[in-house]
Design a protein around this ligand. Sequence first.
Ligand code: 9WO
Length: 252
Amino acid sequence: MRIDVVTLFPGLVRECVSVGVVGRAQKRGLLQIYTWNPRDYTHDPHRTVDATSYGGGPGMVMMIEPLRAALTAVREAAPEPAHVVYLSPQGVRLTQDKVVALTALPRITLLCGRYEGVDERLLARAVDEEVSIGDYVLSGGELAAAVVIDAVGRLQEGALNDARSAREDSFSDGLLDCPHYAKPVHDAWGSVPDVLLSGDHAAIARWRRQQALGRTWLRRPDLLARQDLDAESQALLAVFRDAHAQAGKGEN
Ligand code: 9WO
């Protein structure tokens, strides 16, 4: 997969995606990331990319021309259609389903705004969709673009050393993740649950599924409401809820 990023701060995006699983995916040739700086597509001595906002008020707006020229260069750099995504708080929320959908594309272009934003005419003509990573304001789209690249990059076939990791992710089945433990078995801060040491793989799978269901019930009932649970999952959750109530955690 190829990802082009149009940004005034190419170093920031590159640094974010150069480490860990996604950095390795690039080294393995599974993911190509290219950055394009609109400042390189200006023609004036000051390399101007912004101007004051019509209507007045404080702050600057990114002008059409340098972005249009950068996006034209992006489009001409490869034959596949470049699906253009603008990162902004006005976009549709990024979810794991959305990440998987983006992963199916051969190529995406991420447009990062700065200042108060981008001239609306450029967005209307050159952007295919607007995506938000959450309901907060950043100082620019770069960190949001890095989030998209990280989420998409780790799903590239061969990026994770163990294919199970992607399938068993938190959210891959619409539930939160179960708890994890590593050595030592006994620590001043507690012990590892016995079932995980039992060697009984079926029992371990049941326990993990129960924990995932229980945590989703406790922490994200909105996610659980969207699930169509089979009889076994309903039974596992019922036991979790009973244990939770017994422990006196249900009374508030
Ligand atoms: C800046 C600003 C300053 C004074 C008054 C109003 C203002 N609004 C903004 C603003 O929204 N700036 C944005 C910064 C313009 C587009 C790029 N920026 C951005 C993207 N901030 N946060 C995001 C973002 C992207 C994706 N998901 C969450 C947040």
